[in-house]
Design a protein around this ligand. Structure first.
Ligand code: NAG
Ligand code: NAG
Ligand code: NAG
Ligand code: NAG
Ligand code: NAG
Length: 401
């Protein structure tokens, strides 16, 4: 009792205040406006030099959905001026892009090229799209046709890459190659390879990545590769997050590919299998998800905000699109509970009225040993777009409820 006044004063003095998800104004536009106010997601690095960044591509995806629900052209302009920052005037991709490095991450901004070509008719955006298509044509593959994550990770597939590369691939094949069936079959194979090598029987989720053991004679075997499956040991939240968001986006308008192609049914089955597995692996105390999902509750593990926001989005998008049946409302209930926890815990209001986003781990890579200790040692970032952009996506869906 004696402590109460002190706590109350402390609360009043703190620079950041908590805000309820339904308070004041919708978080979708509020968080997006805050990101824009910070100058993020605009084709520039933190030091202001042009940069091709998958984080920006992720934010663009959220902004396109905001344009769809608000009709506000401000968000479309932010995408266009951001893309113009990384393209040369002739439409070649400039900034930090280097095709010879064959990184799938760089393709994440590719859908913005295609959408801008469609909305403006400006040939430079088509030229940029074609350059990325050329990268895919030349992209190194493992012995089963899977795209390497990067040239410097030979014969490795990471879940992250499926969100970085496939939405561009699907959209390009659909838009400029009249639903190129070969490309869509190839895309399906990327998801099937991950599924067959990375499935974790304990959680029903997917391990972070795998090395193609059949390529061991030409590529170094990473220390983390399981001798039978080639998979890395742990289920890392953001990798699963990217993967389910890729599925959600590839299966739903406006970016879904033809429902008549067999890839559609194959991906839908993965989506319908993963969403219940997410519900099964939720932390009962918070309703959100652990950084290392294969070791919930272990000392050093924590609830991570970017992956949790991605799951909320993928769950709600599945229900709002009708792809996931939710007769008893359990999916919506679980996703809403997680969303409200994220909003309460990681959204902070600044004195200038903008919102901060907290609790997103900076990195998780298979560059090192892929162990639990590796993942938990990575620093947590404030206002990381890898979390703030998925939170905008999650908010758009939550606000539709
Ligand atoms: C569009 O969004 C911007 C940024 O939030 C805002 O300043 C502007 O008032 C909005 N315009 C309309 C027509 O709502
Ligand atoms: C582009 O990437 C390749 C492969 O990693 C590398 O050899 C080359 O030096 C890079 N070029 C530039 C300009 O950085
Ligand atoms: C269809 O996709 C395949 C695989 O990406 C590619 O090799 C081929 O050139 C594409 N065909 C057309 C007509 O664009
Ligand atoms: C929003 O997206 C839906 C689904 O693709 C589409 O039917 C609708 O026309 C879009 N609305 C706007 C304003 O773009
Ligand atoms: C941001 O999150 C970290 C990790 O959860 C926490 O230690 C820190 O106190 C948070 N910062 C604020 C301002 O809430």
């Amino acid at each position: 009792m004696m402590l109460r006044p002190a706590i109350f004063v402390l609360f009043l003095l703190t620079a950041h205040a908590r805000v309820h998800p339904r308070a004041e104004r919708p978080f979708s536009t509020w968080m997006a406006d805050s990101v824009i106010a910070r100058g993020q997601g605009h084709g520039l690095s933190t030091s202001g030099t042009p940069q091709v960044s998958y984080e920006h591509g992720t934010f663009h995806s959220a902004l396109r959905q905001l344009v769809n629900v608000t009709g506000n052209a401000t968000y479309a302009q932010w995408i266009q001026s951001g893309i113009d920052n990384v393209l040369n005037s002739d439409g070649t991709v400039g900034a930090t892009y280097n095709m010879s490095a064959f990184t799938l991450d760089d393709l994440r901004i590719g859908p913005s090229f295609i959408k801008l070509y469609q909305s403006t008719g400006n040939a430079k955006y088509k030229k940029a799209s074609d350059e990325y298509r050329t990268q895919l044509n030349k992209h190194p593959r493992n012995t089963k046709g899977g795209f390497w994550h990067k040239l410097r990770y030979p014969d490795q597939m990471w879940l992250d890459g499926l969100y970085m590369g496939e939405p561009f691939y699907a959209l390009y094949a659909d838009t400029f190659e009249s639903h190129n069936v070969t490309a869509l079959t190839d895309l399906q194979n990327q998801f099937s390879l991950i599924w067959s090598h990375c499935r974790d029987t304990k959680t029903g989720l997917l391990r972070h990545g795998y090395f193609d053991l059949a390529a061991a004679s030409r590529s170094p075997t990473p220390v983390w590769a399981d001798p039978i499956s080639g998979a890395s040991p742990e289920v890392w939240i953001r990798a699963v997050g990217w993967y389910v968001v890729a599925l959600a986006d590839l299966l739903t308008p406006p970016d879904n590919f033809p429902t008549t192609h067999p890839a559609y049914a194959a991906l839908l089955e993965q989506y319908r299998t993963l969403i219940p597995a997410l519900a099964k692996n939720v932390d009962p105390a918070t309703g959100a998800w652990w950084l290392v999902m294969s070791q919930p509750g272990r000392a050093g593990n924590y609830i991570e905000s970017s992956g949790s926001a991605m799951f909320v989005y993928a769950m709600l998008k599945g229900v709002s699109s009708g792809l996931l049946k939710d007769p008893d409302g359990a999916i919506v209930k679980a996703a809403s509970r997680a969303y409200e926890y994220l909003a309460d815990t990681f959204v902070l209001k600044n004195a200038d009225g903008t919102l901060n986003w907290n609790g997103t781990v900076i990195v998780g890579s298979l560059d090192q040993d892929g162990t639990f200790d590796y993942y938990i040692k990575q620093p947590i970032n404030m206002n990381d777009l890898k979390g703030a952009a998925p939170f905008v996506l999650a908010s758009i869906e939550y606000e539709k409820l």
